[in-house]
Design a binder for this molecule. Structure first.
Ligand SMILES: C[S@@+](CC[C@H](N)C(=O)[O-])C[C@H]1O[C@@H](n2cnc3c(N)ncnc32)[C@H](O)[C@@H]1O
Length: 297
């Protein structure tokens, strides 16, 4: 799959771009044609239904602030921000997602301030925004270190960064890395592995089929696990990093006052301890931190 003549960072970027252009976030998950008002509304309403009080409190605290969203997808969070008094600006590298985001905003009578940009090269001056917001994006950027540095650079001193990244100390990581990965490896090695995989749940079967087609790799299995992924070119997420709290502090060097909590518990089979496990070992690491008042750039 990889072409050794290409620099790995640009190559990763091309693959990620192809995936997000082919699968703008959430558009495959509702029973309405992509880009219709029904589709946007169904995705937005589900997003609102799943909103926690904690997250809502944060979103509402952004009223009147200049906020940059990095990786806005089709503008779901942006729709909330823009219709609740936030001075909203967004970037995404996927032209297809941005086309939908603009259409979404126009349908809802909101001001579409979107730019096509890569998170590693934000087209804004240092210290520009009161809030830098990014949910589920920076862990998909091949040069994640640079993307995090850019997020800090454009945040004004005293401003707040609110970021969601995939959590390595999570039930999700544990399940995929220590159960799914060895099982896929085993089935690939067995002569009747495909017959067994066909009887497994869809997500596992698709993971197996992708590895059968493109090769087994631990990183690939983790990346596939995070988003909609099916076999075929540009149909599975090519890159997802998982991070710990201590790595977050290093990635966002220059920020202070870090606060963390976790959400999302996919594939948890037990009816008990659900809330406790989600709060401690959730898949999404929600991060809030501030840029010191005396910092710049
Ligand atoms: C999982 S989606 C999240 C979208 C949105 N934040 C949401 O929660 O609905 C990831 C988004 O990040 C964008 N993205 C991925 N890599 C990027 C990069 N290097 N620069 C800017 N956007 C990027 C993708 O195009 C996609 O829209």
């Amino acid at each position: 799959m990889s072409d050794p003549s290409k620099d790995p960072i640009s190559h990763g970027r091309e693959e990620a771009g192809a995936y997000w252009n082919a699968h703008p976030i959430a558009t495959d998950s509702v029973p309405h044609p992509r880009g219709t008002e029904e589709s946007f509304d169904a995705i937005f309403e589900r997003w609102e239904r799943r909103m926690s009080e904690r997250r809502l409190a944060f979103l509402n605290s952004c009223r009147d602030k200049r906020l940059l969203e990095i990786g806005c997808g089709i503008g779901i969070d942006g729709r909330y921000f823009s219709s609740h008094g936030v001075k909203y600006q967004a970037v995404d590298m996927s032209r297809e997602s941005l086309k939908l985001a603009r259409r979404h905003f126009t349908m809802k009578g909101l001001l579409p301030r979107f730019a096509n940009a890569d998170a590693t090269r934000l087209p804004f001056d240092d210290d520009t925004f009161d809030v830098v917001y990014s949910s589920g994006v920076l862990h998909h950027v091949p040069n994640m270190v640079e993307a995090c540095r850019e997020a800090v650079r454009v945040l004004r001193p005293g401003g707040t960064a609110r970021i969601m990244l995939y959590h390595r100390a999570s039930y999700h990581y544990l399940l995929v890395h220590w159960l799914v990965r060895p099982l896929v490896w085993l089935l690939l090695a067995l002569p009747f592995g495909t017959a067994i995989a066909r009887r497994m749940p869809d997500k596992f079967r698709q993971t197996y089929e992708i590895c059968l087609e493109d090769g087994f790799s631990a990183d690939r299995i983790l990346s596939i696990s995070t988003d909609t992924s099916t076999p075929g070119e540009s149909n599975y997420n090519p890159l997802s990093y998982f991070v710990t709290q201590s790595e977050v502090r290093t990635l966002f060097a220059g920020l202070e006052g870090f606060e963390f909590y976790t959400t999302e518990l996919k594939y948890y089979p037990l009816p008990f301890m659900r809330k406790a496990v989600e709060d401690r070992w959730g898949f999404f690491l929600q991060i809030t931190a501030r840029k010191p008042l005396n910092a710049s750039g």
